[in-house]
Ligand binder design. Structure first.
Ligand code: GSH
Length: 200
């Protein structure tokens, strides 16, 4: 059986949990408390030298890290990853956007808020919120005339960006200025097999 090294609060972990649930793939979840260094033990570093969850252990004992790479691996051959060459590249386009222009701002400020670090981080918080809003505005423009991010159908690109966008308010991001984005959040949350971030 697949084994997912995970941390329940993590949107990166949630991407994989949500996809596994929607594909109906059974898996064992191993919760690591990343705030107590449990992803930096010798045992875990042997599984992922980068010391981060999510990390997926495959049936043959090999390991795969990086949430979007794991999603790509799991979704291959399913309706959640298109066959068409251009659509596949567009899925990657949104996943790279998520990692470079969205997650470092929207996810990181939420993590700081959860850890009570907002005062300590000072002006960095507002700068990251500004950059996070830039990413949300890009999504809003696209979703103004598209139901889903790629090809008119729900895909792993939507999962990648849903994970931290739907909890952005926890980092102080007000989503009221983004009506198309909020309608998309509702569409994603009503896809078959959807589970909340709080469920392991
Ligand atoms: N780019 C990676 C980011 C993974 C990541 O930053 N994981 C965080 C939790 S969301 C983590 O494991 N942090 C623990 C640590 O850095 O020790 C992905 O998409 O999976």
């Amino acid at each position: 059986m697949l084994r997912l090294y995970d941390y329940l609060e993590s949107g990166n972990g949630y991407k994989v949990r949500l996809l596994l649930a929607q594909l109906g793939i059974p898996f064992e979840r191993v919760e690591l408390d990343i705030t107590r260094g449990e992803s930096r033990t010798d045992d875990f570093l042997a599984r992922n030298p980068n010391g981060r969850i999510p990390t997926l252990e495959l049936e043959d004992g090999s390991h795969l890290a990086e949430s979007n790479a794991i999603q790509w691996y799991l979704a291959e051959g399913t309706p959640l990853l298109p066959d068409d060459r251009l659509l596949r590249a567009q899925v990657l386009q949104w996943m790279f956007f998520e990692q470079y222009s969205h997650e470092p701002y929207v996810a990181v400020v939420r993590f700081w808020a959860h850890q009570g670090l907002l005062d300590e981080k000072g002006g960095e918080v507002e700068e990251r919120r500004r950059r996070g809003h830039e990413a949300l505005a890009v999504m809003e423009r696209h979703l103004g005339d598209h139901d889903f991010l790629v090809g008119g159908a729900y895909s792993i690109a939507d999962i990648a960006l849903y994970a931290y966008t739907h909890v952005a308010d926890e980092g102080g991001f007000d989503l009221r200025p983004y009506p198309a984005l909020r309608a998309w959040l509702d569409r994603v949350a009503t896809q078959p097999g959807h589970i909340p971030i709080t469920r392991g």
